[in-house]
Each structure stands twice: as structure tokens, then as C-alpha cells.
Write a protein that binds this ligand. Structure first.
Ligand code: SAH
Length: 218
């Protein structure tokens, strides 16, 4: 059966790519076993949906490597019930993982085609705690702020200042920071008007394009 086949591919992915590399949060592991990653890839890439690498999703963007999604999620230290802001909806896969682990998820995507497709898929999967909007995520989403957690799934030269403003006291923000072709996954914690940064590992993400990220070429 096709469905069972995907479940066993998902189990393999979790065991060999996620648990074997040190992800320990049991809630994160359960979410990865549950969310059907193959729904979020292009049909031509179905056989590769559970492979150990990113895949194209259109508009020159990618669905991130499973391990990177897991690592960023674990860095958020979600216990359940949090209000989370995600910048870079892309395929919606990370959004679904967040919706499994937090209270409400607000996600912003720059490309209308990607945001609309992700919104349809997530609704079809039955998620009721996700709101998606199309726009420049470097400005945050003030209406529902402050957020307990913020995750940026595209790379930026610096932390967009509106995101620091919209993060709650004691909240965490996860973001790849650095040059266009190589960055450092960074966890930012906010205390009053100060922030503390912790560098996790090197990574490569597509650019965050917007007012407080990289400038667009067009
Ligand atoms: N988590 C997604 C990652 C997609 S790649 C997934 O695994 O599918 C990063 C996404 O960020 C791309 O879809 C890109 O279009 C989007 N992006 C880039 N700059 C943005 C911005 N300023 N605001 C919102 N989304 C942005």
C-alpha cells in the first residue's frame, strides 16, 4: 500500500536522519512521525520526499532538509500552547510541524503562489490553528504580537528589528544569520531590551528578502 510505504519511509527518516543525529525532544520526534512530508513536495519528487536533503518547491525556493527542520524546531523548546510566528511558509511542512507542537501558528510567505498552496494543503490536513498571510515577513505580524517563539526559515544578514520587538520577554527566536551562501543557525533569547545569542551550527538557507533582510534584485 502506498500510504504504508510512506509511513515506513517516514520512520526510517526519523530514525536515521533525526534521532541518529541527536534530536531528543520526544514531542518533536512524534510530530515528525505524524506529518506526511510527501504531501508538501512537488509530485515529480514524491520518491525523494523522505530523503536527506532539501527539495525544490517552485519560485526558486526549497523545502528544507528534514534534519534542519527538526533541529530548528527543537531549538524553539515548545511545550504546547505557545503562540508562534514563522517567517517563510514555503511548502508549509515546517508550519505543520509547529502546529502539532504549539498553540497557534502565524506564518508569512513572500510568494503568493507558495502561501496559497501551503494554506490549501494545511487546511486539507485539518489544521485549525494556522493563519497564513502573504507579505514581507521581515516586518513581522504586529496584530497578533507578542509571540512566545519566532522562527525564520530563510537567511538574513541580521535579525530584523521588528521581530525582536514582537518577541515576548523570555521568548526564543531561531534564525540563520550570515552571508548569502553560508550562515550560522542562531538562537536568540530576549531579556528586557537585551538579547542573548547562541550559535548552533553552520547551515545554508535561501535568502530572506525584504525591508529588514536582503534587498530584492527586482
Ligand atoms: N520552512 C519552509 C522553508 C521554505 S524556504 C519549508 O521547509 O518549506 C524559505 C521561504 O521563505 C521561501 O518560501 C521564501 O519565499 C520565503 N521568504 C523569503 N523572504 C521572505 C520574507 N521577507 N517574508 C516572507 N517569506 C519570505
Amino acid at each position: 500500500m502506498v500510504g504504508e510505504n510512506f509511513f515506513s519511509l517516514r520512520e526510517e527518516m526519523v530514525k536515521n536522519q533525526i534521532v541518529a543525529r541527536g534530536i531528543k525532544d520526544q514531542r518533536v520526534i512524534r510530530a515528525f512521525l505524524k506529518v506526511p512530508r510527501h504531501i508538501f513536495v512537488l509530485e515529480k519528487d514524491l520518491p525523494q520526499a523522505y530523503n536527506d536533503h532539501p527539495l525544490p518547491i517552485g519560485e526558486g525556493q526549497t523545502i528544507s532538509q528534514p534534519y534542519m527542520v527538526a533541529l530548528m524546531t527543537e531549538c524553539l523548546r515548545l511545550k504546547g500552547g505557545e503562540r508562534v510566528l514563522e517567517i517563510g511558509t514555503g511548502s508549509g511542512y515546517q508550519t505543520a510541524i509547529l502546529a502539532e507542537l504549539a498553540g497557534e501558528v502565524y506564518s508569512i510567505e513572500r510568494f503568493p503562489s507558495l502561501g496559497e498552496k501551503a494554506g490549501m494543503l494545511l487546511a486539507k490536513l485539518g489544521y485549525k490553528n494556522i493563519s497564513i498571510k502573504v507579505g514581507d515577513g521581515t516586518l513581522g505580524w504586529e496584530e497578533f504580537s507578542p509571540y512566545d517563539r519566532i522562527i525564520v526559515t530563510a537567511s538574513s544578514p541580521e535579525i530584523p528589528s521588528p521581530l525582536i520587538t514582537q518577541l515576548k520577554e523570555g521568548g526564543y527566536l531561531v534564525i540563520p544569520l550570515g552571508e548569502s551562501f553560508s550562515q550560522v543557525l542562531t538562537v536568540v533569547e530576549k531579556f528586557g531590551d537585551k538579547i542573548k545569542r547562541q550559535e548552533i551550527c553552520g547551515c545554508v538557507f535561501v535568502p530572506l528578502i525584504g525591508r529588514y533582510g536582503w534587498q530584492s534584485d527586482d
